[in-house]
Design a protein around this ligand. Structure first.
Ligand code: NAD
Length: 330
């Protein structure tokens, strides 16, 4: 069967998803909803409102790529309409919203997956396999860093610059690390963080955070995030265990680096790019994994419960930055 996809939000991430849906055998974009009509039309057949989109385009999957504050509304609508749901991370700015989304999806009995794409980056997938295979022995300390320039939406109202909407880089960007760390090393029990969140009088929009995590296993994690990086995207990973060490640095391992002059495009948040064939791209892989789960009646590989737990760690880090105290997670 060919899965019919309705895309909600055709900005940076909606554009990435549209490219991959169009390249995927067994999927097609049948409708796009975005108040920016030109952006909607560029991604596929544009619709002016939700009801018309659903009744006329008859999607099987609703793919939600709006700014974070709109995720809950569209998850609830898509669940009520009985659609399979792919929703970008972070699920929401609040646990109450996450719980409402989980309840809506459960009540409707629809499959739902969230975009924790780091699990599909080959270095991080390989590191997880090595840890699972016991290659480093018992993991003791894990450091990750994720650095990019401050999101520039090319003159569009910048919802990333408003921590009340985006949660700053802790909720928006290093949430990726929180999900991967929890997936690989198990539950987190305590969070302590320092960051620039909410200090715009000194630092403007720039954001930086250092988050330390205590895992139930006893391991310790250090997650650094920066939106003060002068362009490009860089990630590092170091896992030290009692039997060895695994390291990754995207600057050292990049198979291709291109520094091209831009001609003032539409702007958008920095998204890590892949030099691999389109079907090997992590953003393609996560959407294909969702379709594979639907085709085979399997649970989606990243559940909304997973996404809620990553959000809970990020919200604890934001609380710790504000209060200066560590936060214990039950
Ligand atoms: N997984 C990743 O690596 C990754 C990377 C970037 C962004 N994201 C996430 O994707 C989501 C979108 O981010 P983005 O950078 O594409 O933002 P963006 O601002 O570039 O795009 C959002 C689009 O949604 C549209 N929109 C706004 N309100 C809407 C509404 N009520 N209904 C329908 N469309 C609406 C906007 O017009 C815009 O075109 C965010 O949650 C962000 O955190 C994830």
């Amino acid at each position: 069967m060919t899965y019919r996809v309705a895309l909600i939000g055709a900005g940076t991430m909606g554009g990435v998803h549209a490219r991959h849906w169009n390249a995927m055998p067994g999927a097609e974009i049948v409708g796009v909803l975005d108040p920016r009509a030109d952006a909607a039309r560029a991604a596929g057949p544009a619709f002016a409102d939700w009801d018309t989109l659903i009744s006329q385009s008859k999607p099987d999957i609703v793919d939600i790529c709006t700014p974070t504050p709109f995720h809950r509304e569209y998850v609830e609508k898509a669940a009520a309409a009985g659609k399979a749901i792919f929703v970008e991370k972070p699920l929401s700015r609040s646990i109450e919203d996450c719980d409402a989304m989980l309840a809506a999806v459960e009540a409707a009995g629809v499959p739902a997956m969230s975009g924790h794409v780091l699990r599909y980056f080959p270095e991080f997938a390989a590191a997880k396999r090595a840890v699972d295979a016991g290659k480093v022995g018992k993991p003791i300390t894990i450091r990750t860093a994720r650095m990019a320039g401050f999101p520039d939406l090319g003159g569009r109202p910048n919802w990333y610059a408003d921590p009340a909407q985006s949660g700053g880089l802790v909720l928006d960007m290093i949430l990726h690390d929180f999900d991967w760390l929890r997936w690989t090393f198990g539950p987190v029990t305590r969070v302590f963080a320092k960051g620039l969140y909410g200090q715009e009088e000194y630092f403007g929009d720039l954001d930086y955070a250092l988050v330390t995590l205590r895992f139930a296993s006893g391991a310790v994690g250090h997650v650094t995030g920066s939106w003060a990086h002068p362009g490009g995207f860089r990630t590092t990973l170091e896992i030290a265990g009692d039997a060895g060490l695994i390291e990754h640095d995207s600057d050292r391992s990049a198979p291709l680096s291109a520094m091209l002059k831009t001609k003032g495009g539409a702007g958008g948040v920095a998204v890590p790019e892949s030099p691999m064939a389109p079907t090997e791209d992590p953003y393609y892989q996560e959407l294909a994994a969702f379709v594979h789960a639907l085709q085979n009646n399997l649970p989606p590989p990243v559940t909304l419960q997973d996404a809620r737990e990553a959000t809970r760690i990020a919200l604890a880090a934001l609380e710790s930055i504000e209060t200066g105290k560590s936060v214990t997670l039950s």
